[in-house]
Structures are given as C-alpha cells and as structure tokens.
Design a protein around this ligand. Structure first.
Ligand code: FES
Ligand SMILES: [Fe+2]
Length: 389
C-alpha cells in the first residue's frame, strides 16, 4: 500500500490544465490553503482584476463615496464635484494616514485627513495643506493621491489596480447586455441592504459551491425548497471565456415562496439567474424575489473570506416576498451553503485527500460541474500563466 505522503507527492501540476474536462482530476487540495499559492493569487489574479465598488446609484450625488478594502489595500470610489466617478487610494500623501474609515458616505466635496488636516478633492487631488505657504518648493500637485482605473458594466462601477488590465468590455463581451436583459430595471436600482459575513474557507471553495447544481437536490432542506421554485426543464448553464451564467425559468405553478403566498398572476419572465464574472463577482436573482443580489467573495487570507451580500431593487417599497427572500437567503440558504464550505475547507487539509473528479456529463447538464472545472482552469492560468510583458 502506498503511504499518504507518496500519494501526495504524485500530484504534479504538469499537464493539469490540459486534462480533458470529462476525465479531469480536481485542482490539488493545497491550492485551497497553501500560503505561497494564496500570495500568487493575490499578486497575479486579484491585483489585476476588476473589483465591484457598487451600483451606479451609490455614486449619484457629488461627494458620495464607497470604500473597498482588499488585502492590505484600501480604495475610495467617489463622484467628484465635476460629476465624474473616480477611484483613488485611501491614503493621505503627507505621512500616510488612512483617510476614510466607514464603508459609505457623502462628503461636502472634501476629504480631510484627521491627522494634520490635508484636504483632498473627491478625486484625490490635493486642495490644501495647512502652512504649506511657508514651505520652500511645495508643489501641491505632487501630492495628489494616485488614482486607479474605473469602468462601468451592467449598472455597476468597478475599479482595477492594474493600469494594463484589459477593459471590462474586452473581458466580458455580452455580459452588459445579459444583465440588462434579465434586469430591465437595472439602471433604476438602488441598494436596499448589505451584509458582510466572514467565512473560514478559501474564496474558491465558496465560488465552487456557487457555480454547480450537482449539490442542488442532494444537500440541505433549503436547497430542496429552492428547487421547488424552479422549472428544471429550461435550466441552462453557459460558459464563456471569463464569465458564465446559469438561468432557469421559475416554476409558475408554485403557490408560495420563502414562506409567503404568491400572487396568482406571476410575471412569466420570473427566473432563477446567476452571472459570474472572473474572478469573484456574482449577480443573481431568485424566482419571485424582485431584487438583484450581489455575492462577492473577498479573500482575507488563504483560509478565510469575507462574503458580501448586497440586495438591490428598483421598487419604491420592498415587496413582502422580496423581504422574505432576503431573510431566507441570510438566515437559511446562505448558512446552509456556508456550513458546507466550512466542512470542505476542513476536509481539504486532510492527509487523506488531494484530488477528486469533476462530475462532468457529456450534455453539460445543470447538474454537471463543468463551470467548476472552467473556473479552476482560470485560477490555474492566473497563477502559473505566462508573465505579462
Ligand atoms: S498624515 Fe494626513 S495630514 Fe498628516
Ligand atoms: Fe448551494
């Protein structure tokens, strides 16, 4: 019998990405806890990727801002007084104090450092520094805060640390149209609730769980409840280069959802929908829920992630069924999946496990794990791919 160590040593990354999906072995378990690989993901994937700052409505007024923390970095995305949306590092150019602490807010047009009161416009340019007129050769524009790239797609504003990264339109062709098709009121939406949950699992464990339907009818009771609201005959999973969707019509025969009785004239376009954009952004809706959910997996370290659940709607008043669905997501379905993520993370550390098989069928059905394989291939290429010139 081979020792566990011997089996582990056999796992080589040579040729991993060239495997045929239908016979492929999964990404070796160390990719989900190794510190070196996590650092590589940080530098080669996340520092080059587009990150969601918020929906456009979160930047409606001049002075409105959102702060996004990622690893040891912090970014402010704001609408400046000229009406432009800009992103800049959340750091004072005097002696390096962090400028803004809350997650969201609105300034009167100026960010003031709490230490020595250097003041910045809402695009990071230095407006004033006390006593600078007494200084020799003080050029305020030398102390503008460096900006980051900002772009919009599907109603949401993104930023990127990498000046050389491909644009959102190049990376996700068709995604903007797909978002607008499924959410015709996308432009009129606004944030109704946001919840952050810290989960002791690698970010990919959480992503894997969210992009396969294999566990759908086979895991916990909330999954089974959700399955009753879906018409599985029309379920489609679609893989693109850097993004993917799954969509299914709602089961229009359902009489109730999330514990609430449904109207007997349901919208025929009701659907279950999920769109994932590399590396960690997900937008979705549940049948009859009348909201757009965001589900962002922010890595904290190799074995911990911050899950950010956002809920957006264009309705003046949140409908009873939507409120019930948000509660159900926060208190029932979400925890049911989180529990699985935590137990997977523990299992991945076992000396008795290294690689399994992707359960991929030839039809690429809604129960097939081809999106997990595709996502892992993107991770693998992100970590080991050619250095960009
Ligand atoms: S560190 Fe910000 S004004 Fe001194
Ligand atoms: Fe799930």
């Amino acid at each position: 019998m081979q020792s566990v160590e011997a089996i582990k040593l056999q796992t080589s990354i040579e040729g991993w990405a060239e495997q045929d999906p239908e016979t492929a072995f999964t990404l070796p378990s160390r990719y989900f806890f190794d510190e070196g690989l996590f650092k590589a993901e940080r530098d080669r994937i996340f520092m080059r990727a587009w990150h969601v700052a918020g929906h456009k409505s979160e930047f409606r007024e001049p002075g409105q801002y959102v702060v996004v923390d990622l690893f040891d970095q912090s970014v402010v995305v704001a609408r400046n007084m000229k009406g432009e949306i800009r992103a800049f590092h959340n750091v004072c150019q005097h002696r390096g104090n962090r400028l803004l602490d809350g997650r969201r807010g609105t300034t009167g047009g100026v960010v003031r450092c709490a230490y020595h009161s250097w003041c910045y416009e809402m695009d990071g340019s230095l407006r004033s520094a006390p006593r600078c007129e007494r200084m020799k050769d003080f050029e305020p524009q030398q102390f503008n805060i460096p900006q980051l790239r900002v772009e919009e797609l599907g109603g949401f504003v993104y930023f990127n640390f990498d000046p050389g990264a491909p644009s959102l339109a190049e990376l996700f062709p068709g995604a903007d149209e797909e978002m607008h098709r499924v959410f015709p009121d996308l432009e009129r939406m606004r944030l109704i609730e946001e919840q952050d949950v810290i989960v002791p699992a690698n970010w990919k464990v959480i992503m894997d769980n969210s992009i396969e339907g294999y566990h759908f009818k086979l895991s916990g009771p909330c999954h089974i409840d959700l399955a009753k609201l879906i018409d599985f005959k029309g379920y489609r999973l679609t893989k693109r280069d850097n993004w993917w969707t799954y969509i299914a019509p709602a089961n229009l025969q359902a009489g109730e959802a999330y514990g609430v009785k449904l109207r007997n004239d349901p919208n025929p376009n009701e659907c279950f929908f999920n769109i994932g954009m590399w590396p960690n952004n997900t937008f979705y809706t549940f049948p009859f829920s009348e909201f757009l959910g965001t589900f962002i997996m922010i890595p904290l370290d190799a074995e911990r992630s911050l899950l950010r659940f956002g809920y957006y709607s264009s309705n003046e008043e949140t409908a009873e069924v939507s409120k019930a669905c948000m509660r159900w997501m926060n208190e029932q379905l979400g925890p049911e999946d989180i529990e699985l993520n935590i137990t997977v993370q523990k299992g991945l550390r076992s000396l008795g496990y290294d690689q399994g098989r992707y359960m991929i069928d030839a039809q690429r059905s809604n129960e097939s794990e081809h999106l997990v394989h595709h996502f892992h291939r993107l991770v693998f290429q992100g970590i080991h791919g050619e250095e960009r010139a």
